[in-house]
Design a protein around this ligand. Structure first.
Ligand code: GLY
Ligand code: MN
Ligand code: MN
Length: 437
């Protein structure tokens, strides 16, 4: 279940067709990051570079030069090195970049300062991810200045700099059939991991132990890394939106909120489930839970081509606000509570985001100032939640410290949508049945 060489080639070709005449695009690999002395974080390639090449080594630069006679696709990467490869593993080397990754031409990364200015020279426009990485910005300007230094010998430096993400990120927003297959599988694996955590959970288990169950299921299914730091929040920890300490014991009578998704072949899943630690919802937990669930369903129901991006969010706000009034957590007219944003005390984030190679994936949400219309191939999350702060004295005690979110991944299809993460229950009866089976 990998993206084929042909698909990477199609992506490069599509990008080159969008580029202005007489231009060059430069894409850098992600830097390696130190975690502590002599120990790096696990390396992960930059999503843009990966999208265009599948090349997963650090210290690489990919260059696209539409119309270049001696090859349009040029890679700079680390040279083969028998000594270093004993320590750090295989390198493709420039030969491998051509042989295995389809580069027309490849050079050692150490020679980039000598070679790349010559490839830029004579081109009018340079595309790169401006302002993303300070070191890379400086490097690009260094190559440009190397050309400017030679104007008196007839060199022609480029006059325009354009943001590569404009085209590239719009391409990434629309998932191909192959990408959809991978994301469906990432969703299925992540769903199984949530089921495993539900079955394992009981009072006294530590939050990090549920995390361990989740990560185990990911890795055993071929997805070694999570797409983001796993959130396991029991009780009031579920009200902390980005809680990743995962250090407390789970208590009888509390809910636990798990937000976890695997990364499979670089593609993210992003699922949240909230369930009772002891396998039975209390009446208060159940009524809030059912409210969040109905808000999520209302949001999913409007996902189809032509709906604008903000419509699912608006649906979730309306259902949640009305429900909070019905339960006595808010008082006043629903319209006014929405208008003034009073609901934000309990629902302070948006209903979702694009999903893909990055968990908060790229792609514009507005076009010319208007919410963009949904189109087939887009993948988004739908994740309404309610969080009743433990110290909120405006509400009855029985509600305080309850945090609930329900999150699924949804693909926009030709005539509606497909939920990619149905493998884990979300109806409270089904959750109780699974936990007590
Ligand atoms: N896990 C990050 C998010 O749900 O947006
Ligand atoms: Mn999430
Ligand atoms: Mn999310």
């Amino acid at each position: 279940m990998k993206i084929t060489r042909q698909e990477y080639a199609r992506r490069r070709k599509a990008l080159m067709e969008l580029m202005e005449p007489d231009s060059i695009a430069i894409v850098a690999s992600a830097p390696e990051r130190l975690r502590s002395r002599d120990t790096d974080y696990p390396y992960r390639q930059d999503s843009d570079l990966h999208y265009l090449s599948g090349f997963d080594e650090p210290s690489a630069v990919l260059v696209l030069i539409p119309g270049r006679e001696h090859g349009e696709y040029v890679v700079f990467c680390r040279e083969r090195d028998a000594e270093r490869e004993i320590w750090d593993g295989h390198r493709a080397g420039p030969e491998g970049a051509c042989r295995d990754y389809g580069a027309d031409d490849a050079f050692p990364i150490d020679d980039i300062d000598d070679i790349l200015p010559g490839l830029i020279e004579g081109r009018e426009r340079v595309y790169y991810a401006m302002g993303k990485d300070r070191d890379f910005d400086v490097q690009v300007m260094g190559w440009i200045n190397a050309i400017r230094a030679k104007v008196r010998s007839g060199a022609h430096p480029p006059g325009e700099f354009l943001d590569l993400s404009h085209f590239l990120h719009d391409m990434r927003l629309f998932k191909s059939a192959a990408e959809q297959r991978i994301m469906r599988e990432a969703g299925a694996i992540s769903a199984r991991a949530h089921c495993r955590a539900m079955r394992f959970c009981e009072p006294g288990v530590m939050e990090y132990q549920l995390e361990a169950e989740i990560l185990h299921e990911f890795a055993m299914a071929g997805a070694r890394h999570p797409a983001y730091n796993t959130i396991v929040g029991g009780g009031k920890n579920g009200c902390i939106l980005h809680y990743i300490d995962n250090k407390d014991a789970l208590r009888n009578g509390d809910l636990v909120l798990i937000d976890a998704g695997c990364e499979l072949e670089y593609y993210a899943a992003d699922i949240t489930r909230t369930f009772p630690v002891n396998g039975r919802f209390t009446p208060e937990q159940r009524s809030l839970y059912e409210l969040v669930l109905s808000a999520q369903q209302a949001a999913i129901d409007v996902i189809k081509p032509g709906s604008h991006w903000n419509l699912p969010h608006e649906m979730s706000v309306e259902v949640l606000t009305r429900g909070l009034v019905d339960l006595g957590l808010l008082s006043g007219s629903v319209e006014e509570l929405i208008e003034t944003g009073a609901y934000r005390t309990f629902y302070m984030h948006r209903v979702g985001h694009w999903l893909g190679l990055d968990v908060h994936d790229v792609g514009d949400y507005k076009i010319d100032g208007q919410w963009r219309a949904l189109e087939p191939g887009m993948v988004m999350t739908v994740e309404p939640g309610l969080y009743i702060a433990p110290d909120n004295e405006q509400v009855a005690k029985k509600w305080r410290g309850i945090g609930i979110r329900i999150e699924d991944n949804v693909l926009v299809t030709k005539d509606g949508c497909e939920v990619l993460t149905t493998g884990v229950p979300k109806h409270p009866d089904d959750i109780e049945a699974l936990m007590n089976s």
